[in-house]
Design a protein around this ligand. Structure first.
Ligand code: TRP
Length: 531
């Protein structure tokens, strides 16, 4: 058996802040307000909170406990229980995939057959390890390539705010600044590539110094700063005349405004914002010591993450409504509408509010990027036996290089016609841009399937009873209140005697074994257009 990770968090707070830093990111501050805006406001917020509680929380706890129990990155974590061999279920699954692959060989787009065959063979030979590598290496890699680009825009906007270049009065004028960046027009490319580089470089420096001296120390400084800035912006928003319209939109639900897809969007957002279903939280959990209470930590992280999303929503919507702008603007919301709103704030301090807003967004994105980089580095160190320092340098350069593809192809494929042609030839569709394609693959395919795999592994293979033992290390009471639902929960009657009907442990186990997998399968089938 191979060695566990031997680095550990220095303190419980260090771990909490770092994991909250991973969770709180562009997902909370850039994406959450705009999808809320597009999906009708407060009713969507309610659905989102339900998704966090029903799907997000159980998975977060499952990942932390699996990470801590194994002490490994996902590429090795699953193996700890399967002895590095494929399991029966995985072999059968692999064979099914190969059969599907074979049946698609003469389909007009050969890409699908290739993907299915490769995956099928990998599953047959390596079993769960394949899933560990996809969730813990490939998925963060795909995300990092476009996440880094948005981080770059954000740094660019900090500079522009202080240079007085964001002084536009309305979103139409704002688009003259934002659209060239989105389209990577030749005249903005230098700034775009430089800020993208700077963003990856900053994260790389932190990861270079390791868990305790890099990630933990930086989180202890950055996270309080983030919250102070957020609160300052919320106070600014709330004290604007007309702020109450924004609050009403954001906080008083009109369920008629909800669409069916909104539920799925909320679930996808729950995965993304909590950094779960990708083995990142599992990797952070692997540096965790035995005396930490996983449940309490999980709740705190989720609480902080939700708080950040709600605060960001308040800051954004109060300003946007007070200034009479439209909240349903899509991804450009924070880059076009928000700066216009801050510019209208009486006192001519728009540059300052914008500057603070984008500094806050940069911090949020940075701590998340760090958490995307760390699993890649952890994997490279162990798989290729290289030093952490070398791994950080190599991986940063690689993700920057691939990220450039996203940077030049955010809005459309015009800059990369060759690549588009190849992808179209193999898969029939290439989305509207490289950026969209990466987000689509990561958010609609890898996140739900990764979540499903982790839930099934913990719920059925590792088993909820064993998982519960790990979860309960570090908690005071030694006994679990299992109950009537004990059978469905997978608990062992003798070890976990029956007590109350609905205990949190049973809720957790039922979620991991049944509710999460079923919901995820539904969401997934919906995403790929089957239902
Ligand atoms: N949670 C971060 C956000 O809200 C993004 C992120 C970091 C992430 N690590 C992740 C998303 C892992 C999915 C998986 O912006």
């Amino acid at each position: 058996m191979e060695q566990n990770n031997n680095e550990k968090w220095g303190s419980r707070w260090g771990f909490l802040l770092a994991t909250a830093g991973s969770a709180i990111g562009l997902g909370n501050i850039w994406k959450f307000p705009y999808i809320t805006g597009v999906n009708g406001g407060a009713a969507f917020v309610c659905v989102y909170i339900l998704a966090i509680l029903i799907v997000g929380m159980p998975l977060m706890i499952a990942e932390l406990s699996l990470g801590r129990a194994t002490g490994c990155h996902p590429a090795w974590a699953f193996d700890r229980f399967t002895g590095g061999k494929s399991t029966l279920a995985m072999t059968v699954f692999g064979i099914l995939m190969i059969l599907c692959g074979i049946s698609l060989v003469f389909y007009k787009y050969p890409g699908y057959a290739v993907v299915l065959l490769v995956l099928g063979v990998a599953l047959m030979l390596k079993g769960w390890k394949t899933i560990g590598v996809i969730t813990g290496v490939i998925a963060p890699f795909v995300i990092i390539c476009y996440y880094g680009v948005i981080g770059g825009w954000t740094i660019l906007y900090v500079v522009k705010s202080f240079a007085g270049e964001l002084s536009f009065a309305n979103p139409e004028q704002a688009s003259t600044v934002f659209l060239p960046i989105l389209k990577a027009a030749p005249e903005v490319r230098f700034g775009l590539f430089a800020s993208h580089f700077l963003f990856i470089f900053l994260a790389a420096v932190v990861v270079f110094f390791g868990i305790k001296n890099g990630i933990e120390k930086s989180s202890k400084v950055l996270m309080p700063m983030l919250f102070i800035l957020l609160i300052a912006l919320v106070l600014r928003g709330l004290t604007l005349p007309g702020a109450s319209k924004g609050l009403k939109f954001f906080l008083s639900p009109d369920f008629g405004a909800l669409r069916a897809e909104s539920v799925l969007i909320a679930m996808g957002q729950a995965f993304f914002t909590l950094s779960i279903a990708m083995g990142i939280t599992m990797t952070y959990g692997s540096y965790l010591s035995r005396d930490v209470n996983i449940v309490r930590s999980g709740l705190l992280i989720i609480g902080l993450d939700t708080m950040a999303a709600v605060l960001a929503g308040i800051a954004v919507f109060t300003s946007v409504f007070a200034m009479g702008l439209n909240p349903a603007q899509g991804p450009g919301l924070v880059y076009m509408v928000v700066p216009s709103a801050f510019n209208k704030v009486p006192g001519n301090l728009g540059w300052l509010w914008n500057g603070l807003f984008f500094i806050m967004l940069t911090i949020a994105a940075l701590t998340s990027l760090i958490s995307l980089l760390e699993p890649l580095v952890n994997y490279a160190v162990r798989q290729f036996k290289m030093s952490r320092h070398l791994a950080v340098v190599l991986i940063s350069l690689i993700v920057y290089g691939f990220g450039l593809l996203s940077a030049v192809s955010c809005a459309d494929w015009k800059t990369l016609p060759g690549l588009e042609k190849v992808i179209k030839k193999f898969f029939g569709s290439a989305n509207v841009s490289f950026f969209e394609l990466s987000d689509n693959i990561a958010s609609n395919w890898m996140l739900p399937l990764g979540g499903l795999a982790i839930a099934l592994f913990v719920g059925w293979y590792w088993g909820t009873a064993r998982a519960m033992k790990e979860i309960r290390r570090g908690t005071k009471s030694g006994r679990l209140d299992a109950n009537m639902l004990v059978l469905l929960s997978g608990f062992n009657r003798k070890e976990f005697p029956q007590k109350s009907l609905f205990s949190p442990a049973v809720f957790w186990a039922l979620s991991i074994r049944w509710i999460t997998p079923i919901l995820v399968v539904f969401a997934f089938l919906y995403c790929i257009g089957v239902i």
